[in-house]
Design a protein around this ligand. Sequence first.
Ligand SMILES: Cc1cc2nc3c(=O)[nH]c(=O)nc-3n(C[C@H](O)[C@H](O)[C@H](O)COP(=O)(O)OP(=O)(O)OC[C@H]3O[C@@H](n4cnc5c(N)ncnc54)[C@H](O)[C@@H]3O)c2cc1C
Length: 312
Amino acid sequence: MAEQYIVVVASVIASLLGFVFLKYNSLVRFWGLTKLRRRSALELPKENSEAVGTTDIIIVGAGVAGAALAYSLGKDGRQVLVIERDLNAPNRIAGESLLPGGYLKLIELGLQDCVDEIDAQRILGYILYKDGKNVPVSFPLEKFQPHVAGRNFHNGRFVQKLRKKAASLHNVNLEQGIATSLLEENGIVKGVHYKNKSGQMLTAYAPLTIVCDGCFSNLRRSLCYPKVDIPSYTVDPSPILFYPISSTEIRCFVNIPSENVPSVSNGEMAYFLKTLVAPKVLPELYNSFILAIEKKNNIRTVAERIDSRTPI
Ligand SMILES: Cc1cc2nc3c(=O)[nH]c(=O)nc-3n(C[C@H](O)[C@H](O)[C@H](O)COP(=O)(O)OP(=O)(O)OC[C@H]3O[C@@H](n4cnc5c(N)ncnc54)[C@H](O)[C@@H]3O)c2cc1C
């Protein structure tokens, strides 16, 4: 695994923190628990829905959070049911960078092998470029063993490793299904209603249900106030980030501080990238940048957002 630095072309290094995301921006990327009491299922299932056995904990969603949590709770001896909408490898342009602190967390959770054999790239810091000058910013890793560093990878490969690890525990049941609503009685969540892979409506019960269904959550709405925070604004020129996601692919990440995101389908985005962004790109990367823009179906956009974390 090659040791690498993430290249940032920017005047504002908000991206240094890696995962600080701003609600009104859009991104363009291309290329390259304590003991829990067990209880029996006394509640009647929702009409037209069949009850499944009780479990200690239900986790909705097996992304990074849900899968890692399922493994930790399972390792602790809990009976865990994980309901995940799609057990195929996600094809996302998010969650591809793990900072050294995240890697240390993986070690703490016994999940560090989830970055092995996925062609993850070891990251030692950032190199900031501006006006032809560059400054390396290394992660402060001096006190750590050599394997401690950041990692970049394909999000889907990493998530599949986490899921596999969780599912390797006999007391973790990873099931494909879509949670449709929480089962609430007198303000207390007692489980979830979900549709399994065969389209059958089921109800699962547990003393604790944890919703880890990501930023497009349908379930969180009933649990949080719809408050949105805007912690900061990006100014132009916004950062352009280049980082490896495998030994052969580099992701380029352009932050567009605008609500009027150019259309990818009618070619406006390619034009925007070529005329306004390309001139800011390092000369060494310019040709590859243009080639990547010209490659068919190579540009993807994703809106950034910050959801409320204020529980009702
Ligand atoms: C553009 C962008 C770039 C990012 N880059 C990074 C990065 O480099 N590094 C980083 O650490 N973070 C990054 N993030 C943030 C990161 O993506 C999220 O913090 C992380 O994915 C959150 O993990 P999660 O498990 O909570 O949610 P998700 O990863 O979104 O997983 C949610 C899971 O729940 C499932 N699900 C959803 N609804 C249901 C339902 N009703 N029933 C059953 N299953 C359901 C989904 O299929 C999915 O598998 C980025 C975010 C964005 C927007």
